[in-house]
Ligand binder design. Structure first.
Ligand code: SF4
Ligand code: SF4
Length: 354
């Protein structure tokens, strides 16, 4: 184990920020205690005590990002149906997005780091070329994740239901443990080992502190087989979703929800930018088709999709549950919906007679 004193943490962040974009949790000014992952700049205080309201997923999946820029230029291109979509006599010039700079995510929790590992199965999977996403991969490959182990938790946390819970190492390069006067640090990857070899970290014989044990739901892996049998039971989905207001917080705050929209932002009639932005499957317009038909017309249909995507479709297709038990959707839901009640109900529920 290595040790870094609390006083030396700003010095570490300063050194890291010389070559990387550093993300760290900090209380938003005037927010009355809302903690978010923000770009760290010299002098910024960080908050390693409170849990962030939103996850750190925008480090790899920004709320809005440029996919590429485009310009129509005169140049005798074929144009139209024979060319690249540009009007006849013009060429469409594509300007690719910049590769991601080196970045450090400092103070992620185990459920945030594990979410990166879960998302890698879709966006960064060498065996799943059809879905590989160059933008995500560029950010992920240049990212060092320093995870803060949880020695306390609140009543909404339930990461112990998934794998190793608060001692989870997937997705991290270094785990740090809060101890008297500073942080103990343990390398998880070779990238983490290299960083811990820096002289700012001292050797330490201290043992890490006991970690928090959160609430646990047994048998979540059974949902992959259970949920398809509940699929057509609309009374069940109606009952559990009836308080939902379709606000979308549960998806925006979630470290594993990745629904996105793609749109063009025109700077003029000759140039613009194609962008990707967060979207949410809880919004009615998410599946609205141009004809006006919506295959998920009610909240019950949309909530059914959210639960099935996380606990049935994704495990079936990517081999991992699309939830890490961070509890943000429970803390932040204005209607007081608790995903754990839904999961327990789905585990207990037998499909009703038609
Ligand atoms: S946060 Fe709650 S009210 Fe908002 S969409 Fe999610 S379940 Fe519905
Ligand atoms: S579904 Fe809820 S508990 Fe699970 S990872 Fe997303 S926000 Fe966290």
């Amino acid at each position: 184990m290595k040790f870094i004193s609390s006083d030396a943490i700003p010095e570490l962040l300063e050194a890291l920020s010389a070559s990387s974009v550093v993300w760290a949790p900090r209380e938003l000014t005037g927010s009355g205690g809302t903690v978010m992952f923000e770009r760290w700049r010299t002098g910024d205080p960080i908050d390693l005590e409170h849990f962030s309201s939103l996850s750190a997923k925008d480090v790899v999946l920004p709320r809005t990002e440029k996919l590429f820029g485009y310009t129509y230029a005169f140049g005798g291109g074929l144009g139209g149906a024979f060319g690249n979509g540009a009007p006849a006599g013009e060429q469409l010039v594509i300007e690719p997005a910049e590769p991601a700079p080196p970045a450090v995510l400092f103070g992620a929790r185990a459920c945030d780091a594990k979410a990166l590992d879960v998302l890698d199965a879709l966006f960064n999977n060498p065996e799943g070329e059809a879905y590989n996403d160059p933008q995500y991969q560029s950010r992920r490959k240049s990212l060092t994740v320093i995870t803060l182990a949880c020695t306390t938790c609140d009543e909404a946390c339930f990461c112990s239901s998934f794998g190793n819970g608060t001692s989870e190492k997937a997705g991290s390069d270094i785990i740090v443990y809060p101890v008297e006067g500073g942080l103990l640090a343990e390398a998880v990857s070779s990238r983490g080992e290299a960083l811990l070899a820096e002289p700012i970290f001292e050797e330490s014989e201290q043992a890490p502190p006991p970690l928090a044990e959160t609430a646990r739901i047994e048998g979540l892996e059974r949902l992959e087989e259970k949920l398809p049998r509940l699929f057509d039971d609309m009374d069940f989905w109606q009952e559990i979703s009836e308080r939902c207001t379709s606000c979308g917080f549960c998806t925006y705050g979630c470290p594993t929800c990745y629904c996105f929209n793609i749109h063009d932002e025109m700077r003029s009639d000759r140039e613009g930018e194609r962008q990707r932005s967060w979207d949410a499957c809880m919004f009615a317009l998410y599946t609205q088709e141009t004809s006006g038909h919506n295959p998920r017309p009610t909240l019950a249909h949309r909530y059914r999709n959210r639960i099935n995507h996380k606990f049935s479709y994704y495990p079936e297709n990517q081999g991992k549950i699309l939830c890490t038990g961070c509890g943000r959707c429970i803390r932040g839901c204005p209607a007081g919906l608790d995903i754990r009640d839904v999961l327990r109900a789905a585990l207990e529920e037998a499909p009703r007679e038609p």
